[in-house]
Design a protein around this ligand. Structure first.
Ligand code: UT7
Length: 318
């Protein structure tokens, strides 16, 4: 048995914040942000929440899969920005969508959250424990952003993406996840609820250069590793769906692999870095705009706080 993605959905806030608006808040410019990151705008919550966006993305994914909410046996929500600490976001989504038979929990693995949920869902399905699983990445990073710090506020955005996995015959692919807690200081957030010191704002803090260097080295490595593990070649991959953090990181990954950057779809120009939501939002967009065709083989790769990184493979629509 293996889990196959059979439906996707996404939801982003209505409010658009472009680079010009940011340039009125901190010392930066549209030109700098576009050149260094590729980002032109991002969505920021107003009345939306992590749970409301997650629930909307989940409803779309279920409709896309033709599966009723009552059939879902497990909901995993990957998030670092849930509405409240308790109950977990997955339980709140369950209530919103009426998935009354589902077990629910959240995953905190930052930008690798969706990949972690994907790997976990596969393990449950292979073990025969669940057959129908809803995985979601949803973030309101604007709540954790220091809007006075130009090194981070230009990068992040809010949004949610979801996918439904259903058990199917045959063998699937194995995913790979790695972490290096020793480098965790490169990207931290103590959270407003856990203020630990006088000068601790509770916002995200990042050593951008260190995260950049970590990503351009580790992502190509883990892509090769997951391909080898699954006896698959680079050429067999139709699309590389990489965490949408920075255009230059994705271009560098493509270059290091010797692969055409056209195989690396991007939407970070519109949404910025939405952490655990970036991969499922991109998947849902590619599905919606007809890019992904039945039988396409996709490789998903993520990296971020932890530091953590990983990759997984999926055959689309089979
Ligand atoms: O989900 C994973 C999370 N994080 C990431 O993926 C982030 C990875 N890192 C990055 O994307 C990049 O490191 C950044 C976009 C954050 C920064 O770009 P960079 O090319 O690494 O810039 P830098 O930090 O090396 O800074 C270069 C210069 C500095 O000025 P000096 O020291 O050369 O005078 C910065 O102060 O650019 C300055 N700078 C800015 N200037 C205008 C930094 N941020 C800005 C800004 N606008 N927003």
């Amino acid at each position: 048995m293996t889990g196959r993605i059979c439906g996707t959905g996404f939801c982003v806030p209505h409010r658009v914040m472009d680079n010009e608006e940011l340039a009125r808040m901190v010392e930066t410019s549209d030109e700098w942000i576009r050149e260094r990151t590729g980002i032109a705008k991002r969505r920021i919550i107003t009345e939306e929440t992590t749970v409301s966006m997650a629930a909307e993305a989940a409803k779309q994914a279920l409709a896309d899969a033709g599966i009723a909410a009552e059939q879902v046996e497990l909901i995993m929500t990957a998030t670092i920005s849930s509405n409240v600490i308790l109950p977990c976001a997955a339980c709140e989504v369950q209530k919103e969508i009426g998935a009354l038979s589902a077990a629910c929990f959240d995953i905190n693995a930052a930008c690798c959250g969706f990949l972690t949920a994907y790997q976990t869902a596969q393990a449950y399905i292979e073990a025969g424990i669940y057959q129908t699983i809803l995985i979601i990445g949803s973030e309101s990073l604007s709540k954790l952003t220091d809007w006075k710090d130009r090194g981070t506020c230009i990068l992040f955005g809010d949004g949610a993406g979801a996918a439904v996995l259903k058990a199917g015959e045959g063998e699937g692919f194995r995913s790979i996840l790695h972490s290096d807690g020793g480098r965790g200081e490169a990207l931290t957030c103590s959270g407003k609820h856990w203020k630990s010191g006088e000068d601790d704002t509770g916002f995200m803090k990042m050593d951008g250069r260190e995260v950049f260097q970590f990503a351009v080295k580790r992502v190509p490595e883990v892509i090769r590793e997951v391909l080898e593990l699954n006896h698959c070649s680079l050429e067999e991959i139709d699309y590389f769906v990489v965490h949408q953090a920075n255009r230059r990181i994705i271009e560098s990954v493509a270059r290091r692999l010797g692969t055409d950057v056209q195989k690396f779809p991007m939407n970070l120009q519109d949404y910025g870095n939405t952490s655990s939501a970036s991969i499922p939002i991109l998947l849902a967009e590619l599905r919606r705009n007809g890019t992904l065709k039945k039988g396409d083989r996709i490789l998903m790769a993520g990296f971020g706080a932890g530091l953590s990184w990983g990759a997984g493979i999926a055959d689309w629509g089979i």
